[in-house]
Design a protein around this ligand. Structure first.
Ligand SMILES: Nc1nc2c(c(=O)[nH]1)N[C@H]1C(S)=C(S)[C@@H](COP(=O)(O)OP(=O)(O)OC[C@H]3O[C@@H](n4cnc5c(=O)[nH]c(N)nc54)[C@H](O)[C@@H]3O)O[C@H]1N2
Ligand SMILES: Nc1nc2c(c(=O)[nH]1)N[C@H]1C(S)=C(S)[C@@H](COP(=O)(O)OP(=O)(O)OC[C@H]3O[C@@H](n4cnc5c(=O)[nH]c(N)nc54)[C@H](O)[C@@H]3O)O[C@H]1N2
Ligand code: SF4
Ligand SMILES: [Mo]
Length: 678
C-alpha cells in the first residue's frame, strides 16, 4: 500500500491528485490539497482514473489483423509487422502516402508527442493532422493574424473584476485552452470581486453560478462582442496612444459600426437591456477577461468571435495587464525570455482535396482525412490517441475511408471504434503507467510544471508510445530519437529529458508542482513579431462581410455540449446520456414531449436520440453531446461545409430537422443526466 502524488491528465485542468495503490491496483484517487491550482479539487472523471485503468475496455495486448480479425500479438511482433507494412507503403507510394493524426490521448503524453513530431519530420510527409482542427483552431488562427504568432494563450487574471464566458462551460469542461481547475470556487471568487457573465444558448452549470446569463442564439456571439467594441470606440479611445501598440483601429471601427444596440439585440435575441448592462459592466470594470470555448470555435462565426474578443481586450488595455488577461509563456518554453515571439507561418498550401483552405501550424484540417484517403493519396495512417470515428465529422465517410486504408496503425489504451477498424493496434501505457510532465505549458493557469512518476507498474503487454513510434521509425529508416539512440536501452525519463531539453531533471527534485510565478505581465507587446497588434486583419474583415448569421430556414441549430462523466468518447462513470435538449416551444411545435425518442436529420445524415425538454436550452437550437458511438452526432455534421479560413466543421450551428418517433426509443429517462460533482 502506498500513496503517490501525481496529476490527472484527462483534461487540461491537470488537477493534482493523490493515488492510493496496492501493488498494481489503484485503490483510490483523491484531490491533492497542496496543489497550487486545484487545491484538493478533483472531478468525477479524475476520481474514476483507477476504474478506467482497470476497465475491460483497456487493451491488455497489441492486436494485429489477420484473416480479417484482430488477434492479440506480442508488442514487438505487432510493431515489427506495422513497421514493415508502413515501409511497403513508403516504398511503393512515397512518404506522402503516410498520414499522421494525433488526438487528445496523444497530446497528454509529452514523450509520445515528442516522438510523434520527430517521426513526422523524419518522414517528411505533409499528411499531418490533429484534433486541434476540429477544436480550437479559430483561436490559433486569429492569434496568428492579430499577434503575428501562435505562441499566445490568454488566461483570466485572478484579480480581475469582469469575467465573461462565451461558449464555454468550465464547471463541466474545466476549460478548452484555459486551464480551469476548481471552477466553482474560482467563479465564486470572481463574483465576490466583481461580475461574471455567461453567453451561452444553454443555462449551463457555469451560467447558474454567474451574475448574468445572456442566452444568445447560436452563432451570433460575434455580434455581442462587436457591439461592445463599438461602444468602447464610441466612448473615445486615445487613437494616438493606441497607435503605439495596435494598427487598424479605423478598419475595426468600420467593421463594428453596424452592431448598434437594436441590430445586435435583433441578431442575437438578447434583450437590449441585457446588452446595455454588459456594456455598462465593461465601462465600470475598465479591464476584463473574455474566455471563449468550443461553443464559439465550432460555430461558423468562430473566427469573428475571437477577433472581436481580442479587439475588445486590446482596446481596453486588458491584455498582458493585471485585471485583464495574462499570457503564459510556458514554464519550459519561457518565450518571454526571447527577444521576439516566434512568427506564425501563414499562407502555406492547402490539402489537395481542399487547396483553398491554407495549411496551418504544419497541419491540414482533420476533417479532410477521409477525402485524402478516398482520393487514393493517403494509403496508410498512424493514429496516436484519437477516436476518429466519434471525433471527426461525417461518420459514414470516416468509417468508409478508414476501411479503405492499406495500413491503419492505432496507438491506443482502449479498444475503441477506431481501433476496431485498424490493421495494427498498439497497446500503449496509460497515464498511470508512465512518468510525465505537464503536457501543454502555455495552457496552464500559472507558470508552473509538474513531474509525476509512474503511479503503478506498467502491464507487461503495454509499450510507451514514444518507443512504439521510434521503433516504427527505425523500420522506415529513421532514427527518430537521434542518431545512434538505443531505443531498447532508453527509459521514459530519458525521452522526457530530450523533450524538455533537460528541464525534467530539476522538476524531478520537486515533490508536486514547481511554480515559477502565478502570472506574468507586461512582456508581450515588446515581443510581437510585427511590433503591434493588428486590430482588423483583412481575412477577418472579409469573412465578416461574407457572413450571414444563421440564414432563416426550417429546422433547429445543432449545438455541442460536454458531459461531466465523459471525456469526448471516453467513459469514466455511469450517468451521462446523449440527450437531445429542446426548448418547450420547439418541442410543442414538433409534437415532442420529454423522454420521447426523436430523429434528427441534417443535409448529410440522421440520428436517433432521446429528447429532454427544458427551458434551459434556448429556442431554435438542439443540444447534443458528441463522443457516443451509437448516438454519434457526427453523423449529422458534414465535412464539406468547412470554415473557409481554417477548415473547421460546423460542429455548432449545423441545421437539423427534428421529429418525434413517438416514444419508440425511450429507454433513458429524460432529465437523468448527471450534473452534480458527486
Ligand atoms: N467533462 C468533460 N470535460 C471536458 C471534455 C469532455 O468531453 N467532458 N472535453 C475536453 C475538450 S476536448 C475540450 S475542447 C474542452 C471544451 O471546453 P468547453 O468549450 O468549455 O466545452 P463545453 O463544456 O461543451 O462548453 C461549450 C458551451 O458552448 C455552448 N454553445 C454551443 N454553441 C454555442 C454558440 O454558438 N455560442 C455560444 N455562446 N455558446 C455555444 C454549449 O451550450 C456549451 O455550454 O473540454 C474538455 N473537458
Ligand atoms: N460533433 C462534435 N465533434 C467533436 C466535438 C464536439 O464537441 N462535437 N469535439 C471535438 C474536440 S474539441 C476534440 S478535442 C475531439 C476529440 O477527439 P479525440 O481526441 O479523438 O477524442 P477522445 O474520444 O478523447 O479520444 C482520445 C483517445 O485517446 C485514447 N487515450 C487516452 N489516454 C491515452 C494515452 O495515454 N495514450 C494513448 N495512446 N491513447 C490514449 C482514448 O482511449 C481515446 O480513444 O473531438 C472533436 N469532435
Ligand atoms: S478536472 Fe477532472 S478530468 Fe480534468 S484534470 Fe481535473 S480531475 Fe482530471
Ligand atoms: Mo477538444
Amino acid at each position: 500500500m502506498g500513496v503517490v502524488r501525481s496529476f490527472c491528465r484527462i483534461c487540461i485542468a491537470n488537477c493534482g491528485i493523490l493515488v492510493q495503490t496496492d501493488g498494481d491496483r489503484v485503490l483510490e484517487v483523491r484531490g491533492d490539497p497542496e496543489h497550487p491550482l486545484s487545491k484538493g479539487y478533483v472531478c468525477p472523471k479524475g476520481r474514476a482514473l483507477g476504474v478506467s485503468h482497470h476497465s475491460p475496455r483497456r487493451l491488455a495486448a497489441s492486436l494485429v489483423r489477420s484473416g480479417g480479425v484482430l488477434a492479440p500479438a506480442d508488442a514487438a511482433d505487432a510493431l515489427a509487422d506495422a513497421g514493415a507494412a508502413l515501409a511497403r507503403v513508403v516504398a511503393q507510394h512515397g512518404p506522402e502516402a503516410v498520414g499522421m493524426f494525433m488526438g487528445s490521448g496523444g497530446f497528454i503524453d509529452p514523450a509520445g508527442t515528442y516522438a510523434f513530431h520527430r517521426l513526422k519530420a523524419a518522414l517528411g510527409t505533409k499528411q499531418t493532422y490533429s484534433t486541434a482542427s476540429v477544436d480550437s483552431v479559430a483561436k490559433t488562427y486569429v492569434t496568428a493574424l492579430m499577434g503575428g504568432t501562435t505562441a499566445l494563450v490568454p488566461h483570466p487574471d485572478e484579480q480581475g473584476t469582469l469575467l465573461v464566458f462565451v461558449g464555454s462551460n468550465p464547471v463541466v469542461s474545466h476549460g478548452q485552452s484555459t486551464m480551469y481547475a476548481n471552477p466553482i470556487e474560482r467563479i465564486r471568487a470572481a463574483r465576490a470581486r466583481g461580475e461574471v457573465y455567461v453567453i451561452d444558448p444553454r443555462l449551463t452549470e457555469t451560467a447558474r453560478l454567474a451574475d448574468r446569463h445572456l442566452p444568445a442564439r447560436p452563432g451570433t456571439d460575434h455580434a455581442v462582442l462587436a457591439y461592445l467594441v463599438r461602444g468602447v470606440l464610441a466612448d473615445g479611445v486615445d487613437v494616438a496612444a493606441l497607435a503605439a501598440t495596435a494598427a487598424g483601429v479605423e478598419a475595426l471601427r468600420a467593421a463594428a459600426e453596424p452592431f448598434d444596440l437594436a441590430h445586435t439585440s435583433a441578431v442575437t435575441g438578447v434583450p437590449a437591456a441585457d446588452l446595455q448592462a454588459l456594456a455598462a459592466s465593461v465601462r465600470r470594470a475598465g479591464r476584463l477577461a473574455v474566455v471563449t470555448g468550443t461553443g464559439t470555435t465550432m460555430s461558423p462565426a468562430g473566427n469573428l468571435v475571437e477577433w472581436f474578443a481580442w479587439a475588445l481586450m486590446i482596446l481596453t488595455g486588458s491584455f498582458d495587464q493585471p485585471g485583464g488577461m495574462w499570457f503564459n509563456p510556458g514554464y519550459m518554453s519561457r518565450v518571454d525570455r526571447r527577444d521576439r515571439l516566434p512568427t506564425a507561418r501563414l499562407g502555406e498550401p492547402g490539402a489537395p482535396s481542399r487547396p483553398d483552405i491554407e495549411r496551418l501550424m504544419g497541419e491540414w484540417p482533420a476533417s479532410l482525412i477521409p477525402e485524402e484517403i478516398l482520393s487514393g493519396r493517403m494509403k496508410a495512417l498512424v493514429v496516436f490517441g484519437a477516436n476518429a470515428v466519434t471525433g471527426l465529422p461525417d461518420t459514414d465517410r470516416v468509417v468508409e475511408a478508414l476501411r479503405a486504408l492499406d495500413v491503419l496503425v492505432v496507438l491506443e489504451v482502449d479498444r475503441t471504434e477506431t481501433a476496431e477498424l485498424a490493421t495494427h493496434v498498439i497497446a500503449c501505457r496509460d497515464q498511470l503507467e508512465r512518468p510525465d510532465v505537464l503536457p501543454l505549458g502555455m495552457f496552464a493557469g500559472q507558470v508552473y510544471d509538474q513531474y509525476t512518476p509512474a503511479v503503478v507498474p506498467a502491464a507487461p503487454g503495454r509499450v510507451p508510445a514514444w518507443r512504439a513510434l521510434a521503433t516504427v521509425g527505425t523500420a522506415l529508416g529513421h532514427e527518430v530519437l537521434g542518431a545512434g539512440a538505443d531505443i531498447a536501452a532508453l527509459d521514459c525519463d530519458d525521452v522526457l529529458r530530450m523533450s524538455t531539453r533537460g528541464g525534467v531533471d530539476a522538476l524531478r527534485e520537486v515533490d508536486g508542482a514547481a511554480v515559477e510565478a502565478p502570472a506574468i505581465y507586461g512582456w508581450v507587446e515588446p515581443r510581437l513579431p510585427h511590433g503591434v497588434w493588428d486590430l482588423a486583419p483583412a481575412p477577418l474583415v472579409g469573412q465578416l462581410r461574407d457572413f450571414t448569421a444563421a440564414p432563416p430556414a426550417a429546422g433547429l441549430l445543432l449545438t455541442p455540449r460536454r458531459q461531466l462523466r465523459h471525456q469526448n468518447s471516453q467513459p469514466y462513470r455511469e450517468g451521462d446520456h446523449p440527450l437531445a435538449l429542446l426548448h418547450p416551444t420547439d418541442a410543442a411545435a414538433l409534437g415532442i414531449t420529454d423522454g420521447d425518442a426523436v430523429e434528427l436529420t441534417s443535409a448529410i445524415g440522421g440520428l436517433q436520440a432521446v429528447a429532454s425538454v427544458t427551458d434551459g436550452n434556448v429556442a431554435g437550437s438542439v443540444s447534443v453531446p458528441h463522443g457516443w458511438a451509437a448516438t454519434n452526432v457526427n453523423r449529422l455534421i458534414g465535412n464539406t461545409v468547412l470554415d473557409p479560413l481554417t477548415g473547421m466543421p460546423h460542429m455548432s450551428g449545423t441545421r437539423v430537422q427534428v421529429r418525434s418517433l413517438a416514444g419508440a426509443l425511450a429507454a433513458v429517462p429524460a432529465g437523468s443526466e448527471g450534473t452534480t460533482h458527486d
